[in-house]
Design a protein around this ligand. Structure first.
Ligand SMILES: [Zn+2]
Ligand SMILES: [Zn+2]
Length: 84
């Protein structure tokens, strides 16, 4: 599932804004842009609830990065996976 619209995204700690690069890696070895999938690994489908900033290296809850999203229910992503 890819994001269809551009979100306002920035690090809650240092206000760095992701530039679309693939800075995040999963324990399965996948490297990708976590904001394209709301934190869900495109390879093993693990949902990463915490996202580390590549600039300040602080961890923040994934939904906290979205400035224009009131509520991001990550559990919806996980439930979809269970339905398969
Ligand atoms: Zn940061
Ligand atoms: Zn993975």
């Amino acid at each position: 599932m890819m994001a269809e619209k551009e979100h306002m995204i920035q690090c809650p700690k240092c206000e760095w804004q992701p530039d679309g690069g693939s800075y995040w890696s999963c324990e399965c070895g996948q490297v990708w842009n976590t904001f394209a999938t709301y934190g869900k690994c495109p390879s093993c489908s693990k949902v990463h609830r915490q996202t580390q900033c590549p600039m300040c290296h602080e961890w923040s809850p994934h939904p906290d990065w979205y400035l224009d999203l009131e509520v991001l229910d990550i559990s919806v992503l996980e439930e979809k996976e269970l339905e398969k």
